[in-house]
Design a binder for this molecule. Structure first.
Ligand code: G3P
Ligand code: CA
Length: 282
């Protein structure tokens, strides 16, 4: 069936359009999603927050300042207030070389709007953001996806940095493919020594038991690759993840040399703001 088909296709390399083709157009707006589709992305990546009136809104940050003309926390505003914001002009100011007058009309979108428009014509790679602050987000998300038939259509992956969030989703619907995001960064231990820390054990220390604990509920792992120019994973990490039946989808890769390097490590796909660049490399 379609879900089996999705899992089979996940064995091939996946181009994941990070916040849409967000290198070309304002992230999480129609132009970013339309361009991602035109560039042949396999998945649209969506970051989800909840509005004050319980709607699932697609936006990356907790706050409105960076990508809209609003101020404050997303969760403090009702959907109607969020829809009135300009979610595109910031991009024209930040990227004059890619500016387009039409972007000034861009609005924030709800998950429902995106699904209404694309149905199962696209696949969605959905991240639960700040799930601790939105405990009801998991249930609302799974209900929406089930009602729309998108799980059975093999059209969804859910990702999160929060293991709790993914476990809750797994309890609600064990068919949804899940990806555990991890972020490795250096931190000082008690002795003043720098070590790598992350959501899971650091790469140098991650062992089969850690990978197995993730493989218990997830089909893959999504790591950062570098921190301030230094690699935090390597080809061995990818190999070990594979040996534990986990796909590896690193984020967020925009440079073609870096894309080639990671393809050489055997990763199974990657998040990029430039699906066109990735498809050129492939
Ligand atoms: O979801 C993969 C990647 O997007 C995680 O980082 O901060 O861009 O959501 P972030
Ligand atoms: Ca994300």
């Amino acid at each position: 069936d379609a879900l089996e088909q999705q899992l089979t296709e996940l064995q091939d390399f996946q181009v994941i359009a990070h916040r849409g083709a967000s290198g070309h157009a304002p992230e999480h707006t129609w132009p970013a999603y339309e361009q991602a589709r035109a560039m042949g992305a396999d998945y649209l990546e969506l970051d989800l927050h909840m509005s004050a009136d319980g709607e699932l809104v697609v936006i990356h940050d907790d706050t409105l300042e960076r990508t809209t003309d609003g101020k404050g926390k997303v969760q403090d505003f009702a959907l109607a207030e969020l829809k009135a914001l300009d979610a595109g002009s910031w991009f024209n100011a930040a990227h004059p070389e890619r500016a387009d007058d039409a972007y000034a009309d861009a609005e924030l979108l709800t998950l429902d709007e995106v699904i209404d428009r694309y149905g199962d014509d696209v696949r969605y790679y959905i991240e639960t953001k700040s799930p601790d602050r939105h405990p009801e987000l998991q249930r609302a998300l799974v209900e929406t996806l089930e009602e729309q038939g998108l799980v059975d259509a093999g059209a969804v992956i859910i990702q999160s940095f929060s293991q709790d969030s993914l476990r809750q989703i797994h309890e609600l619907n064990a068919d949804i493919p899940l990806v555990q995001l991890v972020w490795y960064s250096p931190a000082e231990d008690g002795d003043g020594l720098v070590e790598w820390t992350g959501v899971t054990p650091a790469p140098a220390e991650i062992d089969d038991a850690d990978f197995q604990a993730i493989a218990d509920y997830a089909v893959g792992i999504g790591p950062n690759v570098t921190y301030e120019g230094e690699d935090v994973i390597d080809a061995g990490f990818v190999e070990q993840a594979h040996a534990n039946d986990l796909l590896v989808h690193p984020y967020t890769i925009n440079n073609q040399d870096e894309m080639r390097r990671l393809i050489g490590w055997g990763v199974d796909g990657m998040f990029t703001n430039f699906p066109d660049r990735l498809n050129e490399v492939l």
